[in-house]
Write a protein that binds this ligand. Structure first.
Ligand SMILES: Cc1cc2nc3c(=O)[nH]c(=O)nc-3n(C[C@H](O)[C@H](O)[C@H](O)COP(=O)(O)O)c2cc1C
Length: 285
């Protein structure tokens, strides 16, 4: 028993070390009873590629229930999950999400949606007028949906399933809304592919805790050096397989995370998403 939990502590220490590079000794702080849960979170990795093994619909429903147990702003519960298993709908989602080669292997898609429609229905049923028609309504629903998405990932991984969130679902939000029958004031926040893993995935290094955990006050005084260090550490451990847009930006000697993010967002992406959200019935000011 003690040996098993010490081996879990070793696994946690190794994951934190690889993940952050500055988490030395942190695993020692894990209470004995929390080792399993914390190791499960710390060893997260997305899975892109699934086996033929079917996923029990009851298990999917259980994962939905676990995910929807997440906290929700003012208990408004302004989020829903859409479970997609029908082949034709999955195929269309794959098309709309850019047809990444591994996507068709996912036997289940979950779409996490913000749902502000219910709140408006409640006002109609109960009488008091809704007088908060501004950005907050969209923001609350987006945050609620994002939290549920994160909890779904954690729940699925606990069960041994693999998943990958898909923001590409917002590439064609109108078509996705039509496909899934999303009415006004309901919108996709992210898709999620789900299935039994066909590969082990890779534990991906994150920015060091020194860059992303602030104590008492925000402080990014050393951010440039920390990002440079992260670029080098990550490049040594998990180099990018290809550089974006070499024709435009050239071949970088050290193609790190910051170079990749800079090149990624030098391309317009989903510039019309605001227009879609407004058309779904939200005011964004
Ligand atoms: C909201 C959200 C949207 C994402 N969208 C996509 C996507 O469209 N396609 C994809 O392949 N991965 C997507 N990902 C997965 C991220 O690329 C992945 O989480 C990140 O590279 C870190 O890898 P890791 O989660 O394995 O640590 C998304 C993740 C999140 C949280």
């Amino acid at each position: 028993m003690a040996a098993a939990s010490e081996s879990l502590r070793g696994e946690l220490a190794a994951a934190l070390d690889r993940r952050f590079g500055d988490a030395d000794g942190l695993a020692a702080a894990a209470p004995h009873h929390a080792l399993g849960g914390l190791t499960a979170l710390a060893t997260h990795r997305v899975i892109r590629g699934y086996s033929d093994r079917p996923v029990d619909p009851a298990l999917v429903r259980l994962l939905c229930a676990a995910a929807l147990s997440a906290p929700s702003k003012s208990d408004m519960q302004a989020r829903d999950l859409i479970v997609v298993t029908e082949a034709a709908t999955r195929e269309r989602l794959v098309e709309l999400c850019g047809k990444d080669h591994w996507m068709p292997s996912a036997p289940v898609w979950i779409v996490a949606c913000g749902n502000h429609r219910r709140q408006r229905q409640i006002h109609e049923w109960r009488g008091p007028e809704f007088v908060n028609d501004h950005l907050d309504a969209f923001f609350n629903a987006s945050v609620d949906a994002a939290i549920v998405l994160g909890w779904f990932v954690a729940a699925a991984e606990t069960a041994g399933l693999g998943c990958c969130p898909i923001s590409q679902i917002r590439n064609h939000p109108r078509e996705v809304s039509e496909l899934l029958g999303l009415p006004d004031r309901v919108f996709p926040v992210a898709g999620l592919t789900l299935g039994w893993p066909a590969n082990a995935g890779v534990l991906s290094p994150r920015l060091p805790l020194a860059a992303t955990v602030h104590h008492e006050r925000f402080d990014d005084g050393s951010i440039r050096e920390l990002v440079d260090g992260y670029d080098r550490r990550r490049h040594a451990m998990m180099p990018y397989r290809r550089q974006r847009d070499v024709a435009r930006f050239g071949e970088a000697t050290l193609y790190g995370w910051s170079e990749d993010k800079a090149r990624q967002y030098a391309e317009p992406q989903r510039a019309d998403f605001g227009a879609y959200v407004r058309a779904q019935g939200f005011k964004l000011d």
